[in-house]
Design a binder for this molecule. Structure first.
Ligand SMILES: Nc1nc2c(ncn2[C@@H]2O[C@H](COP(=O)(O)OP(=O)(O)O)[C@@H](O)[C@H]2O)c(=O)[nH]1
Ligand SMILES: [Mg+2]
Length: 278
């Protein structure tokens, strides 16, 4: 049970409960702020050494819990990474808020990649909608439903990878649960987190959710076809992304019109080539 956001176990893969549960009680950074014109003593969530405040739990205990959860996750992620390296697979973890266009981009990417071997792991709290959308392109996909969970973890992805029986030199796309907070903290064994930020979300989102954009190697600024209709300032999006992560690569894309897709496909192909053993 998550001490902060209430998410807990109960994941299924293609509707089936996972073969064995794992005790997964984690705590991760989560803060809120509120304006008030009165003064009293109270917690400001997100303050303190643990970066979070939970009534009844000390900062030391919170740090112990978080460290335990993340180190367990890291062990699963390391095992996944070993499998991916042995298979010379390039894996990307697509992270974003809900509705930024992850599944649409994936479907267009799969069509554009043609015969390139690939597979997809879909993460959502409920429904198999996205796995069905991916399978409609002819690609293999498994759906992980996280139930109350707010992110995929290394253990779920390991099971899904087993189900997919990945081909050598293939691409693995992992579409994480739509959430700009929690997935940032969880390594899945991927080669890169790719943050999708659509131009309808507001230029300040990298500043509000810096962990996600710091964790990502690549940011896709999606839905640029809509930029003229929502007064989106693409330079401001890019400046804010660079402010939280000066090393981030940014690509302007429209999954709808196909603009920018070539650069994204080139980025994927370069990643795959870099995984090949000499
Ligand atoms: N105009 C426009 N709409 C897009 C684009 N990409 C996705 N969408 C739309 O955004 C909505 C959410 O897309 P979806 O792929 O389900 O987002 P996800 O929740 O991140 O997987 C759908 O209505 C898509 O058709 C884009 O580049 N331009
Ligand atoms: Mg989706």
């Amino acid at each position: 049970m998550c001490t902060v956001c209430g998410c807990h176990d109960g994941p299924t893969i293609d509707g089936k409960a996972q073969a064995h549960g794992h005790d997964h009680s984690h705590s991760h950074g989560h803060s809120h702020s509120h304006s008030h014109d009165h003064s009293h003593d109270h917690h400001h969530y997100g303050h303190g050494a643990a970066g979070v405040s939970v009534p009844g739990l000390s900062q030391t205990r919170l740090i112990e819990i978080e460290t335990g959860i993340l180190s367990k996750n890291d062990a699963y992620a390391t095992a996944n990474r070993r499998v991916l390296t042995a298979l010379e697979c390039f894996a990307v973890n697509l992270v974003s808020s809900p509705g930024s266009g992850k599944t649409t981009l994936l479907c267009k990417t799969i069509e554009a990649l043609g015969t390139q071997p690939l597979a997809v792991i879909e993460g959502d709290q409920q429904t198999s909608n996205d796995a069905l959308r991916i399978r409609a392109t002819g690609a293999r996909a498994v759906q992980v439903n996280t139930g109350k969970g707010c992110h995929l973890d290394g253990h779920m992805v390991g099971h899904a990878m087993d189900d997919l029986r990945l081909a050598r030199e293939s691409l693995l796309f992992i579409e994480n649960v739509g959430n700009l907070v929690c997935p940032a903290a969880f390594d899945l064994g991927e080669d890169a987190k790719v943050a999708i930020l659509s131009v309808t979300e507001g230029e300040d989102k990298p500043l509000k959710y810096p962990d996600m954009f710091t964790a990502a190697k690549l940011a896709i600024l999606n839905k640029i076809d809509l930029a003229p209709y929502c007064d989106a300032d693409l330079h401001a999006y890019e400046a804010n992304l660079k402010r939280v992560n000066p090393d981030i690569t940014i690509l302007r894309v429209s999954a709808r019109t196909g603009e920018g897709m070539d650069a994204w496909l080139a980025w994927l192909r370069a990643g795959l080539a870099a995984k090949a053993r000499p």
